[in-house]
Design a protein. Sequence first.
Length: 167
Amino acid sequence: MKKRSPIHAYKRLLARDQDWDYAFLIALEKKKLQRMHDYFKYQGHPEVNRMAARDIAICIHLIDIFMEDDAAYNTWSSKSFSGELNWRKLDDSMYELDDSNITPLADFPVYVNTRNERRFFCNTPIKNALQEGHRDHAILLITSLRQRKALHLYHLIREYKLMTWWD
């Protein structure tokens, strides 16, 4: 059987080429990392490639987190933002959101360490929002903190491990 060209793996992704969008660049990286993971996991020396496959799997999961495509984020967003928005017409032909029946945001389903939020934000907005009683704003900030931490960890793994995956 003839081996397929690697171009076929990227065909669907490249058909939606968007040069202005960082998400497209990340999607390309994720696709390449998935192909590398399969190579390291199923070919070559298992002991040598086991650590590389593990690191690449972690990177793929981190991409899912900071691109808001993981199970925890999808569960939270479907619980928090499902429902209908009602608008009310004002006198000057403008519309305003009717917030009388808006439900509060659901708690985020996974734990996010907020004690080191100062490393990822300029100050402590989560702590301040909770002290001021703005629970929904704090939850949104927690999801943002989780994404920032995932992005930071992704770049750390790539910085320290990228050159050693092929040794």
